[in-house]
Design a protein around this ligand. Structure first.
Ligand code: TRP
Ligand code: SF4
Length: 551
């Protein structure tokens, strides 16, 4: 019907990497590159139909991290990770660590039931299943409220597709008895959590993130806080590293969710050097001033704020105060020093001293009292915060979370995410649910799937002769993508062989497509058998497949 963020959107062939230099070269020639050709702008819009043409920009502009960098920390990574299909992440380390140490973690993703599940969704299904097999709590949810509010689907349509997504997820290996499946509309806990999270977000913020305006329906906005609640749902019974596998179009949701997780916390923990507040570069400057106290303090045991201010002003042009080229922007440096020295001068005789600061954000009085009580060593209590001397940041974070949990707070950890590439459509361009020939539905007849692969565009040359001479362009070939993303399964050797034979000119498109088409037919046949078997399992679960809602 329509493109949905979890995988329905394609990338242009350029996005599939033309062998750029700093790509995710995971060692296997078959690995796809994370750097697309430099094309157009990137817009991350959960409901837009924009494609991601340049994955590199996602790293630079949005701060998505390169997945390859966490790869070595993951015990036997999934083939989608090894092949660079999963190309980016936010904060995946805690999840990888929990996995490696047999500690609790969770994986959750959601699907808008706007059409039939297709091979793009299979990527996410596989990611959930993989995390479940590695000991994670796994959650699959049907974003029916979002489909109704943001896409205008009727509840009848939603019901029909809901069942279909769940069947495919189970058929591919999701264990519903061990994991959790739910639909947003039937999950009271999620809606209650959404309501709470809604107390920490306002209209201007949603407007800025999602381009909402005065015409945006209230239920549409409600579907956003519902998604925030989905993302934090695995932590309702206690904080744990949680990964959300999604397409990069969902990144705005992730940023908001990570932010809201923090805003719900009882305490914020920061580092400080005096009673006044400082942040970022200001703190950095204060840290340096503290380090240099021997140089200016009458009594280096008790450097005074005013002394530090004088030193900073005097040294402001010297490389030492600037810490080499760490603050190279002159005007910023000047105004920064101005700000910091003002604060220092106001603090006057107060000693400059490093400390961790607990800010009271949402704590109950009892919790704040208990925190103060629990701080060992020297501490100083202020109106909305308490400073602890001789405690490191990590210990402080832990203490803050413990007290919060003991006093009825959630103690949320910021949720992590992993991002996969969108598949290229079989007809070139983007894979779109609304163009049947561009994608393969998990419900397509095996023969239909076979035919679609047979008529797919390729990265082949005009003639067989040229192909033998120059080799095919596997990096731009939707058929090669099928091999890498799906048909080779866990078999890297096979994927590599296809790649090398193609670019080496030994493989011609006719035979290559025939092989892919047959494999696709087999996959669909087997998958559909398993869907039949999954029906029984699904019936046993108490998940409402007939929503009974009007409209
Ligand atoms: N917004 C997602 C989509 O467009 C669906 C979704 C809802 C989701 N809740 C979620 C995805 C939680 C990941 C996690 O498909
Ligand atoms: Fe694509 Fe196969 Fe042709 Fe290579 S040989 S371009 S992988 S269809």
């Amino acid at each position: 019907m329509t493109d949905d963020g979890t995988g329905g959107r394609g990338i242009g062939p350029a996005g599939c990497g033309d062998g750029g230099a700093e790509g995710a070269d995971t060692g296997a020639p078959a690995a796809l590159r994370a750097d697309g050709g430099a094309v157009d702008d990137v817009a991350l819009d959960p409901w837009g139909s924009s494609t991601v043409d340049d994955y590199r920009k996602l790293f630079e502009e949005f701060g998505i991290e390169v997945f390859e960098e966490v790869l070595p920390r993951i015990p036997s990574p999934h083939y989608l990770m090894r092949r660079g299909v999963i190309f980016g992440h936010r904060d995946y380390r805690p999840v990888a660590e929990a996995m490696a140490n047999d500690e609790p973690f969770a994986a959750l993703s959601g699907f808008m039931p706007t059409g039939d599940p297709h091979i793009g969704h299979k990527l996410v299904f596989d990611e959930l299943i993989w995390h479940q097999e590695r000991g994670g709590e796994a959650y699959g949810l049907i974003a029916d409220m979002e489909a109704h509010a943001a896409r205008g689907l009727s509840w009848d349509e939603i019901d029909e597709h809901t069942e279909s997504y769940l069947l495919s997820l189970i058929a591919l290996g999701f264990d519903p008895e061990d994991g959790t499946l739910y639909r947003q509309s039937a999950n009271r806990e999620v809606q209650d959590l959404a309501f709470e999270l809604g107390t920490k977000a306002n209209f201007s913020e949603l407007g800025a993130i999602y381009d909402f305006d005065g015409e945006t329906e209230v239920s549409y906005m409600q579907s956003v806080v519902t998604q925030m609640a989905d993302i934090l749902y695995p932590q309702l019974d206690g904080p744990k590293p949680t990964v959300i596998p999604v397409g990069p179009d969902q990144d705005p949701h992730m940023r908001l969710a990570r932010d809201l997780a923090g805003r719900m916390r009882y305490f914020g923990v920061t580092e400080a050097y005096a009673s006044f507040e400082s942040e970022g570069a200001e703190s950095e400057l204060l840290r340096r001033a503290y380090k240099k106290r021997e140089a200016y303090a009458d009594d280096p045991e008790r450097p005074r704020c005013a002394e530090a201010a004088q030193w900073l002003l005097a040294e402001q042009k010297t490389a030492e105060a600037m810490g080499g080229d760490a603050f190279h922007d002159e005007t910023t440096l000047e105004s920064l020093i101005q700000k910091v020295t003002n604060k220092l001068e106001n603090a006057g005789k107060e000693p400059l001293r490093p400390r961790v600061r607990f800010l009271d954000r949402n704590a109950t009085d009892d919790a704040f009292e208990a925190l103060i009580e629990a701080i060992d060593g020297e501490k100083r209590v202020y109106e909305g915060h308490v400073d602890a001397f001789g405690m490191d940041r990590e210990a402080a974070e832990e203490l803050a979370r413990d007290i919060e949990l003991e006093h009825g707070g959630y103690g949320f950890l910021p949720p992590s995410s992993v991002y996969h590439r969108f598949m290229t459509g079989l007809t070139g361009g983007k894979m779109s649910s609304s163009v049947p020939a561009s994608h393969i539905s998990l419900l397509d007849d095996p023969e239909e799937g076979y035919d679609k692969v047979k008529s797919a565009t390729t990265g082949g040359r005009e003639t067989a002769e040229k192909q033998r001479e120059l080799g095919g362009k596997a990096d731009e070939c939707p058929v090669y993508e099928l091999y890498a993303y799906l048909l080779s399964g866990d078999d890297d050797e096979f994927a590599t062989e296809v790649y090398e034979e193609c670019v080496g000119g030994e493989r011609l498109c006719g035979g290559c497509k025939e092989q892919a088409a047959e494999l696709m037919g087999e996959f669909l046949e087997e998958h559909q058998e398993k869907r039949e078997e999954a029906k029984e399992l699904l019936e046993d679960l108490d998940i409402e497949l007939d929503s009974d809602r009007k409209r």
